[in-house]
Design a protein around this ligand. Structure first.
Ligand SMILES: Nc1nc2c(ncn2[C@@H]2O[C@H](COP(=O)(O)OP(=O)(O)OP(=O)(O)O)[C@@H](O)[C@H]2O)c(=O)[nH]1
Ligand SMILES: [Mg+2]
Length: 181
C-alpha cells in the first residue's frame, strides 16, 4: 500500500501565514479579543498597519473567498474611487493594489472605463473622471465611495456638484484630499 507523504507548507506560505498571524494579533484588542472569527468587527481592531506592504501581505495571506463566507456574510464590499479628472484616482487605485493596473498620466481623461481589481475581500473600482455616466455606474455598484479632491486646486464647483450627487446615494463616503505632499 502506498504511503501518503504529508505536504509541508512552502516557505512562501509560511511567511504569508506569519504576516497574517502577527497582523491579526496586533489588530485585536487584548481586552475584547473575539472567541471566533464571526465576532470579528471593526470595533475589535486596533493598530491597523499603516504600511501598504504589510497590508498587501495580510490581504494575500488569507483565502478571502472562504473567509468571506465565514466572516463577512452579507457584507457588500465594493469600493469605488471617484473624483475630477486628474485628481489621482488611478494612482491611488494602483498604489493600494501594488500593481500598475490602471493607466496614469498627467493628462486629464486617461481612464476611459470602469477598472476593477480584487483587494483581499474588497473589489476596488477605478472610475473615469471625465465620464460622469460611467462614474455614476461605478458608484451605483459600490457600497463605499472614496471621493478624491485635488488638494492643489481646492474644492471646486465641480467637486460640489459631484458631492451633491454622491450624497443622494446615501452610501458611506470617504473624502480624501489628494496631492498634498
Ligand atoms: N503631486 C502629486 N501628484 C499626483 C498624486 N496622485 C496622482 N498624481 C499625479 O496626477 C496625475 C493624474 O493622476 P491619475 O491617477 O491619472 O488621475 P485620475 O484621477 O485617474 O485621472 P482620470 O483618469 O483622468 O480621471 C498624474 O501625473 C499623477 O502622477 C499625488 O498624490 N501627488
Ligand atoms: Mg484615471
Amino acid at each position: 500500500m502506498a504511503s501518503r507523504k504529508e505536504e509541508k507548507p512552502t516557505s512562501d506560505e509560511q511567511s504569508k501565514q506569519k504576516i497574517f498571524t502577527s497582523a491579526l494579533k496586533s489588530m485585536l484588542r487584548r481586552t475584547s479579543r473575539p472567541k471566533n472569527l464571526r465576532d470579528l468587527g471593526i470595533k475589535t481592531l486596533r493598530n491597523l498597519p499603516t504600511n501598504i506592504t504589510i497590508v498587501r501581505g495580510f490581504m494575500k495571506a488569507i483565502n478571502w473567498r472562504e473567509a468571506q463566507g465565514e466572516v463577512l456574510q452579507g457584507l457588500n464590499n465594493t469600493v469605488a474611487i471617484v473624483g475630477q479628472p486628474n485628481s489621482g484616482k488611478s494612482t491611488l487605485f494602483n498604489q493600494i493594489i501594488g500593481k500598475q493596473i490602471s493607466p496614469v498620466s498627467p493628462e486629464a481623461g486617461t481612464t476611459k472605463s470602469l477598472i476593477r481589481s480584487d483587494f483581499g475581500p474588497f473589489t476596488l473600482i477605478d472610475t473615469p473622471g471625465h465620464l460622469p455616466d460611467v462614474m455614476e455606474s461605478g458608484m451605483d455598484q459600490a457600497s463605499v465611495i472614496v471621493f478624491l479632491i485635488d488638494g492643489t486646486k481646492g474644492f471646486q464647483n465641480k467637486d460640489r456638484e459631484l458631492y451633491e450627487g454622491i450624497k443622494k446615494l446615501n452610501k458611506p463616503t470617504i473624502v480624501v484630499i489628494n496631492k498634498v505632499g
